[in-house]
Write a protein that binds this ligand. Structure first.
Ligand SMILES: *Cc1c(COP(=O)(O)O)cnc(C)c1O
Length: 373
């Protein structure tokens, strides 16, 4: 008799579905036989630049020490972050990607009988981390695809321990400004932890957006999560951090795995933070690429959601699945959003100029709109 082990898993886990990542280049290579160097991946909001040579040499130097456990307190990386951003090192928590920090928050503050407030079209990890620990997801309808901060405020009740908000938001690219953030934070009960996820903040060259790090003294219930995987280009190594009060950092450290950030990622993160020029090049290429994509999409008569990130989310005004599949057949990987209840949309990460151009040409063919003007 075969045993259904799923029925033996805790009920919270039975409710979960595994995270669906953007399709890997190697996977499409196996499926289609297209050579890897002809495949373009615009699916996971990664940096389109080549790996930073300074980071590569820092990893090479650190490699000789891999028989040793990493520094579990990440002393050097915390000191670098503290200097660069004017933070108290005691308030910094390091993560194996910022994903790791979101899970630590859920483990530390959520359980059955408690809830977390988040927006419709929020990053899927907020809901999975909440559900995994037995807490309830309280989803607030989005407003024009973005966080409705007033709606989220009204949703907070006695059982709410955490509010998750991303600014700018993934998968929609939307954002809110400083005034809206401050008026929201001024009204959130101090007993409710607000996680401000700034995974894309480096790309938001709009000065009206709040910088979460500037608000840590004013709001003791604020945890700002940042990633080194996107604009800093360390997606394959995994590195992120949060900044908060030292007391909240102490709480997160109680659930953190002892050596959650590996020694190569620690060394790479320090080198990446030192190289402001790499970040500037990435931002400039992103600015141009975002315009290139938005212009091209508009010329094809498609509407897209305004974005302050390194991706644009496009409305196909009908099921987008066939477009996704047809692009795959041409060696172009983008991100379907049916799992986010946005079956008519695709999310396109900004690539290098020639990659964006190839995407637009392929899309023109797929839609049968003739030559791309
Ligand atoms: C990519 C992303 C993250 C996770 O980033 P990692 O540092 O790679 O774990 C967190 N939040 C949002 C909104 C993201 O898009």
């Amino acid at each position: 008799m075969s045993i259904d082990y799923l029925s033996l898993a805790v009920s919270e886990v039975q409710q979960l579905a595994p995270y669906v990542p953007g399709k890997a280049i190697e996977e499409l290579e196996r499926e289609t036989g297209l050579p890897a160097d002809e495949i373009i991946k615009l699916a996971s909001n990664e940096s389109p630049l080549r790996a930073n040579p300074h980071v590569i040499s820092a990893i090479q130097s650190a490699a000789a020490q891999i028989t040793r456990y990493p520094d579990g307190n990440g002393f050097l990386l915390k000191r670098k972050l503290a200097e660069k951003f004017g933070l108290d090192p005691e308030g910094i928590t390091l993560g194996n990607g910022s994903n790791d920090l979101l899970i630590m928050v859920a483990q530390a503050f959520l359980r059955s009988g408690r809830n977390a407030v988040m927006s419709q079209y929020a990053f899927s990890v907020y809901a999975s981390a909440t559900t995994a620990v037995g807490a309830t997801v309280c989803e607030v309808p989005a407003k024009e695809y973005g966080n409705d901060l007033d709606g989220m405020l009204s949703a907070i009740d006695e059982q709410t321990r955490v509010v998750f908000i991303a600014n700018p938001n993934n998968p929609t690219g939307t954002w809110f400004d400083r005034d809206r953030f401050e008026s929201f934070m001024d009204k959130v009960p101090r007993e409710t932890i607000v996680v401000l996820d700034e995974a894309y903040i480096e790309y938001a060259d709009d000065p009206s957006l709040p910088n979460g790090l500037h608000y840590l003294r004013r709001y003791p219930n604020l945890i700002v999560c940042r990633s080194l995987c996107k604009a800093y280009g360390l997606a394959g190594l995994r590195a992120g951090y949060s900044a908060s009060s030292p007391q909240l950092a102490d709480i997160l450290n109680r659930v953190r795995q002892p050596f959650n950030v590996n020694s190569l990622a620690l060394a790479a993160a320090c080198a990446a933070l030192d190289d402001e020029a790499y970040l500037d090049v990435g931002r400039q290429i992103n600015r141009e690429g975002l315009h290139q994509l938005q212009d091209g999409l508009s010329r094809l008569g498609l509407s897209w959601i305004p974005s302050r990130t390194n991706f644009v989310t496009v409305d196909f005004d009908g099921p987008a699945g066939p477009v996704y599949e047809a692009l795959l057949a041409k060696g172009i990987i983008v991100r379907p959003l049916a799992g986010y209840d946005m079956p008519n949309h695709l999310r396109i990460s900004v690539g290098l100029g020639p990659e964006n151009r190839r995407f637009l040409e392929a899309l023109t063919q797929v839609l049968g709109r003739g030559e791309h003007a």
